[in-house]
Design a protein around this ligand. Structure first.
Ligand code: ZN
Length: 475
């Protein structure tokens, strides 16, 4: 079966991979609402487990809010409702009765949580309030849907915090970005942090930091975002606390969220023409063992393979013994598609020599591990797969980014010449819109943590500027 080339036709390759690796089933009779299969869901829950670990370690409490939000609460923050009006699902009836107050299925949970926060926060001793939930959210996507990347029911984590001062809320943003870095390390994904333009920030936010990564077609995918709200929501939702001096003040708020797009990015960034390549940290099976049986051999290969599996499992590895009655070549093919990072082959000769043969999914490298150093030897290879995946993805991202001084360098259509562009921008909205409209491209924003001082000229009006901006076509 010939696979579609990842760099020849990324869109088709992606759909092919998701289907062949059986990550989800998109035949469910609602477009954009897919069924998670056991293999796909296992990867997602492993990703969630890292998110949960980070949030618990930083004193966030896990909550679970109702799915429905009453229209009355949903409409309290004006910019927020304007931003979501066209993409929420409405519940209008219960049984045969029309509802007095219509309900929306959450597109995100600000308007569900904040009426409750206003009851929970009383005094400065209740602050900071830090909660999160991992739930499904709903958005009516009108663009073409794509598994994990653009769906209408979205698996999502969101953290929400309240603070007594703007500075404390700002410290929260820094904590969020540290957590982000730890999570992305497990996924071996490079990313950029760009402060979104005023016209592209989250509806109701003071500012938004977008988290983006580069796809094989050189378009960017937004994986999540971090927002500073100041008091933009606490005023309409009346979330106040009594300060030490007895006065009542509005809290400062932040949120941080990421979605199942993380899985879409892992598939896209690491996979190759033979299937997925999963980072060991999130692989349901880090190792697959294939026994090489031979009628001529007198060695008990099947028994040795079981013992090998038990030894690796006891050491904490997620390991699968494939003892199906099938040819080894056909098994290799199946596990390559599923992206298992490390394959171990065990035959009569390996057992006699006191070794096990290995094949790496990422580089294709083959060799042997001595049985008497099985555990450290295996760990060493898995660690090296993690660092190799990271380095390769980072090199691709660096290569996909190009500094330009003229708008003529941007191709009109998507070609292999397309890049992520960095350039000078005076910061004014007029130049920003002109740039975006003329080139069908989006300004992703300005570096949240600039690497050094930038000096250049606005790519549109030519004015001297110290502001560097990044732009890309997005998924
Ligand atoms: Zn300008």
């Amino acid at each position: 079966m010939k696979m579609v080339g990842k760099y020849e036709n990324y869109a088709e390759w992606y759909l092919d991979m998701v289907e062949k690796a059986n990550l989800c089933d998109k035949r469910y009779p609602i477009k954009g609402m897919n069924v998670w299969t056991p293999y796909g869901w296992k990867i997602m829950t492993l990703i969630d487990s890292f998110t949960r670990k980070e949030l618990e370690a930083t004193d966030h409490g896990e909550v679970n809010f109702p799915l429905f939000i009453p229209e009355t609460e949903f409409k309290k923050e004006k910019d927020h409702i304007k931003g979501f009006d066209e993409e929420v699902y409405w519940v209008t009836h219960a049984g045969k009765n029309e509802l007095d107050v219509r309900l929306v299925t959450r597109p995100t949970s600000e308007t569900a949580m904040y009426p409750m926060f206003s009851l929970w926060v009383r005094s400065h001793q209740d602050l900071p309030l830090k909660v999160y939930q991992i739930v499904n959210t709903f958005r009516y996507e009108t663009k073409q849907t794509r598994p994990f990347i653009r769906v209408r029911e979205i698996h999502f984590f969101e953290s929400h915090t309240c603070h007594d001062t703007e500075e404390d809320a700002q410290c929260q943003i820094e904590e969020d970005l540290d957590m982000l870095d730890n999570i992305m390390d497990k996924l071996c994904l490079p990313y950029t942090l760009l402060r979104r333009t005023e016209w592209d920030k989250f509806p109701g936010a003071h500012y938004t930091v977008g988290i983006d990564t580069v796809m094989p077609n050189h378009r960017t995918l937004q994986l999540g975002s971090v927002h500073h709200y100041r008091t933009n929501f606490s005023v309409p939702y009346d979330i106040t606390y009594e300060a030490e001096d007895g006065t009542h003040k509005h809290v400062h708020q932040t949120t941080y969220g990421m979605s199942e797009r993380l899985l879409g990015a892992v598939v896209s960034v690491h996979g190759d023409d033979n299937g997925l390549i999963l980072p060991p940290a999130i692989a349901p099976f880090q190792i697959v063992i294939i026994p090489i049986l031979s009628k001529k051999s007198t060695v008990d290969v099947a028994g040795a393979a079981e013992a090998l599996r038990d030894k690796l499992a006891a050491a904490g590895f997620r390991v699968k013994l494939d003892d199906r009655d099938d040819r080894p070549g056909s098994k290799y093919y199946d596990w390559e598609i599923k992206g298992v990072p490390l394959r171990l082959e065990l035959g009569g000769r390996d057992i006699e020599n006191g070794v096990v043969t290995f094949a790496r999914r990422d580089t294709g490298e083959k060799g042997t591990i001595a049985m008497d150093s099985l555990i450290p030897g295996t760990q060493l290879i898995l660690d090296d797969i993690m660092s190799t995946l990271k380095a390769k993805a980072k090199a691709f991202q660096d290569d996909a980014t190009k500094a330009i001084t003229s708008m003529d360098e941007i191709p009109k259509e998507d070609t292999s010449e397309l890049r992520i562009y960095s350039f000078g921008w005076c910061g004014c909205e007029e130049c920003g819109h002109k740039f975006e409209d003329e080139h069908d491209i989006k300004i992703l924003g300005t570096p949240y943590r600039p690497e050094g001082k930038f000096e250049g000229k606005c790519i549109v009006c030519g004015k001297d500027t110290e502001l560097q901006a990044f732009a890309a076509r997005t998924m």
